[in-house]
Design a protein around this ligand. Structure first.
Ligand code: ZN
Length: 443
């Protein structure tokens, strides 16, 4: 591709032919190899050190960051050749990372029969649609927290994005939820004489867990997702009850770690959280009824927490209007009463916390405010979605900060997120791997 010889200073705000202004008009195939761009803004948040820096620029070559620093020094030496994207008074941040989402299906249909009415191809196309929304909110990396799709549509999307067939965030993905029969991940809520054929994600003993884990790994899962306790979004399970046994979870961890995969556990009730941590899982999802003993255990073992605070708050507000089963809505109201106590305990124990929004992608930015209302400092909340999340994913050498050599995943917001965390809800610029996905609206 073109390097520096074009001799034209490129101002994107004036000429939108080369860098389109809307998601819809951008070609799906990334072709940014070795193109050089400078992104300049009045402010940049250094998320690693928690410092707000002024008049900074990021030099992007192909899909990587080549240099970051004061705008004057980054632009010097390139002459007038490079394309310059001047974002004015905006604040630059690294691409955001959501560590708990479910890519597939229509997020606005929470009916317990939604799964039965949608084919894997249809769910996957919904997933492709959903991915554009995440990216538009500045989320350039997602961890899929498991699906009920036996054809693994989420892995097809991950692979297709990596191959450049379609556009979307980079994806790290679990396979299917591994669950007890009748547990939180049993997709069959039908009457006994109407039951579906037994699915391979169900595991009622240690050997069956091994089978389910190996199936996920065989088809390409990056993570294994365990249902350690009951949950909210199904009509029957009890979130307070431990489901998979500690022995079952330890077997999953043993097999996954041997294959260099990692394990995330949906865990709400107190006992299930502790059993999952003792079994050696890498991350606890939700942790809604975490107690002192559980937090101490997580601190000792270095287990991550992905608290998903907003999801529960939002679910209680909108669940009924989206078709959720009344039993699920009632469970949601009950568990919400435990959330703040548990989160305060997690903060007190300085647990490793990463950002997760287990919700419709339209609301992916809402966890920033929820974390801050729950007692986190704005900087900590932003770190949870950037540098900390990249550590959780084992990708801190690739993403999570604006540093030389990393992927050019760059976003910008129009104010100072350290003084007003809500600024994170209006991302005005998104670049993933050197490809511009969103530009500020023209005035
Ligand atoms: Zn989830």
């Amino acid at each position: 591709m073109k390097r520096l010889e074009s001799g034209v200073v490129f101002c994107v705000l004036a000429s939108l032919f080369v860098v389109p202004s809307t998601a819809q008009t951008i070609p799906a195939v990334s072709n940014a190899a070795k193109e050089i761009m400078i992104i300049r803004a009045a402010h940049m948040l250094d998320v690693r050190n928690g410092r707000m820096l002024d008049n900074q620029a990021v030099l992007v070559e192909g899909d990587r960051i080549r240099q970051v620093g004061p705008a004057s020094s980054v632009t010097t030496g390139l002459g007038p050749g490079a394309k310059v994207i001047d974002l004015g008074n905006a604040t630059l941040l690294p691409g955001l990372i959501n560590c708990h989402d479910h890519i597939l299906a229509n997020p606005k249909d929470q009916s317990p029969t939604a799964d039965l009415r949608m084919s894997s191809p249809q769910k996957t196309l919904w997933g492709l649609h959903n991915l554009q929304i995440w990216l538009g909110h500045g989320f350039t990396t997602l961890r899929d927290a498991g699906e009920t799709d036996l054809a693994y549509g989420q892995l097809a999307l991950r692979n297709s994005i990596n191959q450049g067939l379609v556009q979307g965030p980079r994806i790290v993905s679990a396979g299917n939820f591994i669950s007890l029969t009748g547990g939180h991940g049993d997709a069959d809520a039908l009457a006994p004489d109407q039951a579906l054929p037994r699915r391979p994600n169900l595991a009622d003993n240690v050997n069956e867990v091994g089978d389910a884990v190996r199936r996920d790994i065989k088809y390409g899962a990056d993570w294994i997702k365990l249902m350690a306790t009951g949950g909210v979004m199904d009509p029957t399970s009890d979130f307070n009850v431990q489901e998979l046994s500690e022995e079952q979870m330890a077997k999953a961890v043993e097999i996954a770690h041997r294959a260099r995969k990692r394990v995330m556990a949906h865990a709400e009730g107190t006992e299930g959280i502790k059993a999952a941590v003792r079994a050696g899982v890498d991350t606890i999802e939700h942790g809604t009824m975490l107690d002192e003993e559980g937090a101490t255990l997580m601190e000792q073992k270095g287990t991550w927490l992905v608290p998903t605070l907003y999801t529960f708050q939002h679910g209680v507000e909108v669940g009924s209007s989206l078709g959720a089963d009344p039993a699920s809505v009632e469970k949601g109201k009950k568990i919400l009463g435990y959330q703040q106590t548990a989160f305060a305990i997690a903060l007190k124990h300085h647990l490793k916390i990463a950002y997760g929004v287990d919700d419709d992608p339209d609301f992916v930015s809402k966890e920033f405010g929820a974390l801050v209302r729950g007692g986190m400092k704005p900087l900590d909340a932003i770190q949870a979605a950037t540098v900390r999340a990249s550590e959780l994913l084992g990708m801190s050498d690739q993403i999570g900060t604006l540093e030389t050599g990393k992927y050019a995943d760059v976003v910008a917001v129009s104010g100072d997120p350290l003084t007003d965390i809500q600024t994170m809800e209006s991302v005005v610029f998104v670049m993933k791997g050197g490809v511009v996905f969103k530009m500020p609206a023209q005035k």
